[in-house]
Design a protein around this ligand. Structure first.
Ligand SMILES: Nc1ncnc2c1ncn2[C@@H]1O[C@H](COP(=O)(O)OP(=O)(O)O)[C@@H](O)[C@H]1O
Ligand SMILES: CC(=O)N[C@@H](CCC(=O)OP(=O)(O)O)C(=O)O
Length: 296
């Protein structure tokens, strides 16, 4: 099928628009958090895998951290349990932890790895426990009503240290790391960690060029539901305080902000429901979603 001259020109323009970005991001690390809500449709999963392979082939180093919250909820439901969250973090007892390990470390991780490999990438699936990569300790959540009170929500972890050696080794051999957000404690115990937290800390440790958090909204929205295309630290604090940012968006925006304060060049919260959102964000002039900057 031949293209009309106008549409051929448009396609060529888009391809050539990518050139400066490919040059600028050559050999740079891009940490991509693929949220469970952005992987609910088959065609989106395929589009994501293709984008990751393309980024690798043009010389960037994508590192994938995935979530799987809705997929964990599905399995919990099947065993008659209801998922419960406090400030965006899943309350995780031992039985829930078994399911978290099955879904994140097994089902979801393997599916993403297989898809990337199907499109010609060399993906390797890991959890944070492999090689002792993600060290963690119990996370205590601050009470909303009494900021001083700390709530124990079970086997939920926060990252204490990341050893980047394994990821760096894989990158150097052209593999694409695909990481499930499970960490290991001092006594060898497994912790369930919010995937945004892992992605943010990993981006800092790897001194990534970009942290991209893919989710199921167009970005951060204001009280009227309008997209906020750019946010600074002060604006984020105000939006959390007045309740505009809530639930799962709290850990996301906090990590996006912490990452840019600690050396990551830019953080982006983008809509994983838009086909090829990754390519649009990284390789075109068209910014998508919300860009988070530090105040400095
Ligand atoms: N101000 C806001 N802008 C956009 N989303 C928000 C906001 N406040 C809360 N949210 C909620 O945060 C959700 C994204 O977080 P989460 O469900 O944890 O996504 P993911 O599974 O991708 O990590 C959105 O779907 C929305 O319901
Ligand atoms: C402690 C905690 O909340 N862990 C998350 C880990 C998965 C995750 O973060 O998945 P999404 O990115 O798809 O939300 C959970 O159990 O759901």
């Amino acid at each position: 099928m031949s293209l009309s001259p106008a549409s051929a020109k448009e396609k060529a323009n888009i391809l050539s628009e990518a050139l400066p970005y490919i040059r600028r991001f050559q050999d740079k690390t891009i940490v991509i958090k693929y949220g469970g809500n952005a992987m609910t449709e088959e065609h989106l999963k395929h589009g994501f895998a293709k984008d990751v392979v393309l980024l690798k082939l043009v010389g960037l180093n994508p590192v994938v951290v995935h979530g799987g919250g809705p997929q964990i909820n599905d399995l919990l439901k099947r065993v008659g349990k209801q998922g419960e969250f406090i400030q965006g973090m899943r309350v995780t007892d031992e039985e829930t932890m078994d399911i978290v390990e099955m879904v994140l470390g097994g089902q979801v991780n393997k599916e993403i790895v297989n898809l990337i490999n199907q499109y010609g990438g060399k993906a390797v699936g890991l959890t944070g426990t492999d090689g002792g990569m993600i060290q963690a300790k119990k996370l205590l959540v601050k009470s909303k009503t009494d900021g001083e009170e700390l709530i124990d929500i079970g086997l939920v972890g926060e990252v204490t240290r990341i050893d980047p050696a394994l990821v760096t080794l894989l990158d150097s051999q052209d593999f694409i790391p695909v990481i499930a957000p499970i960490g290991v404690g001092e006594l060898g115990e497994a912790f369930n960690i919010n995937a945004d937290l892992v992605a943010g800390k990993l981006a800092e440790t790897l001194k990534a060029e970009k942290l991209i958090l893919m989710t199921n909204t167009t970005g951060v929205l204001d009280k009227e539901g309008k997209l906020l295309t750019g946010l600074t630290a002060a604006q984020v604090d105000a939006l959390i305080d007045d309740g505009t940012i809530s639930g799962g968006m709290i850990p996301k925006i906090s990590m996006a902000l912490e990452a840019v304060k600690n050396g990551v060049k830019s953080s982006h919260i983008i809509d994983g429901r838009v086909e090829h959102a990754l390519l649009l964000e990284i390789l075109t002039d068209q910014g998508v979603g919300t860009l988070i900057r530090s105040n400095a």
